[in-house]
Ligand binder design. Structure first.
Ligand SMILES: [Zn+2]
Length: 241
């Protein structure tokens, strides 16, 4: 463990446990900071903290709120956590590692951040597939859908849909907003202020923003699903039968 190292909080209370993807560190206690932040919050499991300073017995970490917590009296430092006692890789340890990798790689500090991020990526992929199907249906035939793979991002597909006036303006606007949100969260860009912004709200911290996003994803899904049904695209097999 070094300065700048990111640790995930595993347990707080009588024992404080924090870990990297490989190692768990255990302390006897934790000192709450004299919060100087806007939104004071105690550390909870799955928070990510950054090592600011360390001694043999204690470590000072910066929490998600930006304030410093002192973890004191180190008791044990466990070895590798990707395998169990007999050296067998376990699902729990691997999933911890997957979670840790995603959180660190994309600067996701909490479980809320992680799940919202996963939702944005998954929803954009889902809408992209529907949007490509809409575009394909309007193309000169016959290129089987399986072979129709325009190398386009959701934003570019939406651009083509807009040019050809295939969907109503409101749906195109929603898709455009979702594509921009998707591009703002991956790849991670340090200091990118557009990150997580959706329709003037921040989906990682504002529940109303997240609700709006989910409503828009559902609405766009329904419109495109109906559009594809109306255009006779039930399945590729049926269309080409
Ligand atoms: Zn604070």
């Amino acid at each position: 463990m070094d300065k700048g190292c990111v640790l995930r909080v595993i347990q707080v209370g009588a024992r404080v446990r924090v870990g990297t993807a490989e190692t768990i560190h255990e302390y006897k206690g934790m000192t709450e900071p004299n919060h100087k932040c806007q939104a004071p919050k105690p550390l909870t499991p799955n928070d990510c903290v950054t090592v600011k300073n360390l001694t043999a017995a204690s470590v000072l970490v910066t929490g998600p709120c930006g304030c410093d917590f002192l973890l004191w009296d180190r008791t044990v430092e466990e070895g590798t956590r990707t395998t169990d006692d007999v050296g067998v890789t376990t699902w729990d340890s691997l999933l911890d590692r997957v979670r840790m990798w995603t959180m660190v790689r994309f600067a996701l500090n909490t479980d809320i951040d992680l799940w919202v991020w996963v939702f944005i990526i998954a929803a954009a992929a889902h809408l992209e597939q529907l949007a490509v199907a809409v575009l394909w249906t309007a193309e000169p035939k016959p290129t089987p859908f399986q072979e129709y793979q325009p190398k386009m991002t959701l934003g570019q597909v939406v651009g083509s849909i807009r040019k050809k006036s295939l969907l109503d303006d409101a749906t195109v606007e929603k898709l455009d907003r979702i594509a921009k949100l998707r591009n703002s969260v991956a790849p991670f860009r340090e200091g990118d202020l557009s990150r997580g912004q959706y329709n003037g709200r921040h989906v990682f911290t504002d529940p109303a923003g997240l609700r709006q996003l989910m409503d828009d994803v559902d609405a766009a899904t329904n419109v495109m699903g109906q559009w594809l049904q109306n255009s006779g695209l039930v399945t590729d097999e049926k269309r080409h039968a």
